[in-house]
Design a protein around this ligand. Structure first.
Ligand SMILES: [Zn+2]
Length: 160
């Protein structure tokens, strides 16, 4: 019987210490945020945004072509085939990459590609920790990681 009394007591103890640590975490977080806002380095800001050019999309018959696909891949620093794989999977269609162009089966408006490309950037380019796009993809066995060159974070990503 005295055993259960001890249990309750220790539970209360942990409850309080948990509460205190959450409080101090919030405090630290706010402090960090204040400090971060006060001294965001100029250089970091310059690399924070990727300027992806407007997609050159044209539809002929039942095919849609992005003629500047290689430029986009070069800017986001990813293999065009990797981006293509993501897009075709999301769009449930087939596509080929040929002479810097991506040719999709079917008619698609530009905003479909832009919306998906935005998601691709969020999932496979932008570091989830520091939000900078200066990253590369590393593969280990059957796992893929986004390795950030800015903050050093390693985040697991989906294998396409
Ligand atoms: Zn990072």
């Amino acid at each position: 019987m005295s055993g259960s009394g001890f249990m309750i007591k220790s539970f209360k103890y942990y409850g309080v210490s948990w509460f205190l640590s959450v409080k101090s975490m919030n405090y630290d977080y706010n402090e960090l945020l204040k400090r971060a806002r006060a001294q965001v380095p100029e250089i970091a800001l310059k690399h924070e945004r990727l300027e992806v050019p407007k997609l050159l999309v044209s539809t002929v018959g039942m095919r849609t072509t992005i003629s500047n696909f290689k430029d986009i891949a070069d800017i986001v620093d990813r293999d065009p085939q990797h981006i293509l794989k993501f897009l075709t999977r999301e769009m449930a269609t087939a596509a080929t990459y040929h002479e810097s162009r991506a040719i999709f089966q079917g008619k698609f408006p530009r905003d479909t590609f832009e919306r998906l490309l935005q998601r691709y950037l969020e999932e496979f380019v932008v570091c989830p920790v520091c939000k900078r796009p200066d990253t590369s993809i590393a593969k280990e066995k059957r796992l893929a990681f986004l390795v950030c060159n800015a903050c050093g974070a390693r985040s697991s990503i989906k294998q396409l």
